[in-house]
Design a protein around this ligand. Structure first.
Ligand SMILES: [Zn+2]
Length: 317
């Protein structure tokens, strides 16, 4: 719109009724939400890399779905800044940041849906699309003193159409005592600077191989690993050539100087308390919830824009 026409439009806005002003305001707020989201999706001066062949410096090639479209110089295919991410083709971008704000507030699927005006099914889909990459935003390595301990939650097929056993009542109990294949094991390791890594290792008890797979490459060579007396830890530490101390929290000696696993156990407790309102999490989404929790830990991710960046896989920016 030309400057003069715009001035005329502004003049005319003075004669709006109250109801019209409210409608106009809603429209402008939505447009502002879209602009804020686009500032993150398409940061100024940054050309995306081709998701098909990883070539850089694409041509600009018109617009589609409200996004700049590009054509690759190498493979000639077209794409936009969301192509190849879990957010490609997700609609209503104007509402994304409000939705992500709700995730920073740990809102339930239904409450989040109501607050941004989408269906519950959409709210559920968005949650897991946003967490698909965000769950991998983890520290590269733990250093200094690193505590590790495993926690278990009952396996859950919530939302699944093919259940292999009679359904359990919500918050049910395992039929076998102790650790069994009914429990999902989650390994959590946290160093004294608060950096945290966790991994859903699968059904049943923790093994040395789980530790190699999930922790092997994630500890600095000079780390001191502190754990409980589970036999998998010393076997793992020996094989990796790292220092290890076992403490026995069950034996009445809760701490041995700096050597304890209270930080990681406190993380477990916070995680369990935080999970409660979700009323059971399907096992296949556990890693998403652990990633979500890590985003919230100590307000590590403090704004919806920052959460959108990690949802796009742009860590450390
Ligand atoms: Zn290409």
């Amino acid at each position: 719109m030309r400057a003069r026409q715009f001035e005329q439009l502004l003049q005319r806005l003075c004669s709006l009724t109250r109801r019209q002003r409210t409608r106009l305001l809603a429209l402008l707020q939505s447009a502002a939400g879209l602009d804020r989201a686009l500032d993150v999706i398409e940061p100024a001066g940054v050309l995306p890399i081709c998701p098909h062949c990883q070539a850089s410096k694409p041509y600009r090639h018109g617009h589609a779905h409200g996004l700049q479209r590009y054509r690759c110089r190498a493979c000639s295919r077209t794409f936009n800044a969301l192509s190849g991410t879990p957010l490609a083709r997700l609609r209503h971008k104007a509402r994304w940041l409000d939705y992500l704000d709700g995730m920073l507030d740990s809102r339930s699927v239904r409450r989040a849906a109501g607050q941004v005006g989408v269906a519950s099914a959409t709210s559920f889909r968005w949650r897991h699309r946003f967490l698909g990459l965000a769950k991998d935003d983890r520290p590269a390595k733990l250093e200094g003193i690193a505590e590790a301990d495993e926690m278990y939650v009952l396996e859950s097929h919530k939302g699944s159409r093919s259940l292999q056993r009679p359904p359990r009542r919500r918050g049910g109990k395992a039929t076998k005592r102790g650790i069994s294949r009914e429990q999902m094991c989650i390994l959590v390791a946290r160093d004294r600077s608060g950096q945290t890594i966790d991994a859903v290792t699968g059904k049943g008890a923790l093994t040395k191989q789980h530790l190699i797979d999930h922790l092997g490459a994630r500890l600095q060579a000079d780390v001191l690993l502190v754990t409980d007396s589970h036999a998998a830890y010393p076997a793992f530490a020996r094989e990796q050539g790292i220092s290890h101390e076992a403490v026995n929290p069950g034996a009445g000696v809760r701490t041995c100087g700096a050597l304890h696993i209270q930080n990681v156990n406190a993380y477990h407790s916070r995680m369990r308390a935080w999970l409660l309102p979700f009323r059971g999490v399907a096992s296949r989404y556990l890693s998403h919830y652990f990633g979500w929790r890590w985003a919230l830990d100590g307000q590590r991710i403090a704004s919806p824009e920052a959460l959108l960046r990690v949802a796009l896989g742009r860590f450390n920016t």
